[in-house]
Write a protein that binds this ligand. Structure first.
Ligand code: MN
Length: 257
């Protein structure tokens, strides 16, 4: 049997589990709020076209309105000025939407400090235990933050100084951008950067460095506790919006056992 036939058989018999890493998409899905003088993204809304009624007797369907960066979504390289000449979301090669996945777990650190940021030392410690961050891998940053995903206020965790959610230090973002060949960085929070990253040097280092290095972002992931440290395969499927900077995205993990 070919490897692919074995995989298909494993999906059918349940020895390979498909884990949905996607948050449900609805009008209460948390979105990023920017300072009021800046452009704002839209919440997800449904507008009913017909529902087995005078407007369409046998069918139900909706229009929907949303931002590209709503809910579990994909950041394409052109989302950031550092990647403005790189791929839009429709141009990202399909071969680069699927890859091995690894998990870096800082749940305990984030429980103690919601502003916790991954350091270069953390990455080197992970690599000492598990080997180098694999080529063409999705690196999933497990923080436990998805437990707040149904409560937008708690999810943002903002006070007078801004949001307090975990992320990556500028030094660690630079290390990943320059020393790895990963596909992208996946997080449980509203964006790939820490809540306080507007004040980092440079600001929003994950966006600036990963997009500029042709790496992608995945946000608002769930169920990372069900993904092993190494050995899973992740499929990220954004809509191919022509000229788009990202898209809501179904993200699935294939896990053995
Ligand atoms: Mn985004």
């Amino acid at each position: 049997m070919s490897d692919l036939a074995k995989l298909a058989a494993g999906i059918v018999d349940g020895s390979v589990t498909v884990i949905d890493l996607t948050a449900p998409l609805h009008s209460g899905t948390p979105i990023l709020g920017l300072p009021p003088e800046m452009g704002q993204t839209a919440v997800f809304t449904l507008e009913e076209i017909s529902r087995y009624d005078d407007r369409g007797p046998a069918w139900y369907w909706n229009n929907f309105h949303t931002g590209e960066h709503t809910g579990t979504h994909f950041d394409a390289p052109n989302h950031w000025i550092s990647g403005k000449d790189l791929d839009d979301v429709s141009q990202v090669p399909a071969q680069r939407l699927v890859g091995p996945a690894v998990v870096i777990d800082k749940t305990a650190e984030v429980a103690a400090n919601p502003d916790y940021c991954l350091t270069v030392e953390d990455i080197k410690a992970w690599e000492a235990a598990n080997g180098p961050l694999p080529k063409r891998a999705w690196v999933l940053f497990r923080t436990g933050w998805s437990q707040y995903g149904d409560d937008p206020a708690k999810f943002a965790n903002a006070d007078e100084n801004g949001p307090h959610t975990p992320g990556v230090t500028p030094e660690a973002a630079k290390y990943i951008a320059e020393n790895t060949d990963i596909l992208g960085w996946g997080v449980e929070t509203v964006g790939t950067d820490a809540g306080g990253a507007f004040a980092f040097d440079p600001p929003f280092p994950c966006h600036a460095m990963f997009m500029g290095a042709n790496k992608y972002g995945l946000t608002q992931l769930r169920n990372l506790d069900k993904v092993p440290t190494t050995g899973a395969v992740v499929i990220a499927a954004p809509l191919p919006i022509v000229n788009g900077s990202g898209s809501p995205c179904r993200v699935l993990a294939l896990v053995a056992g």
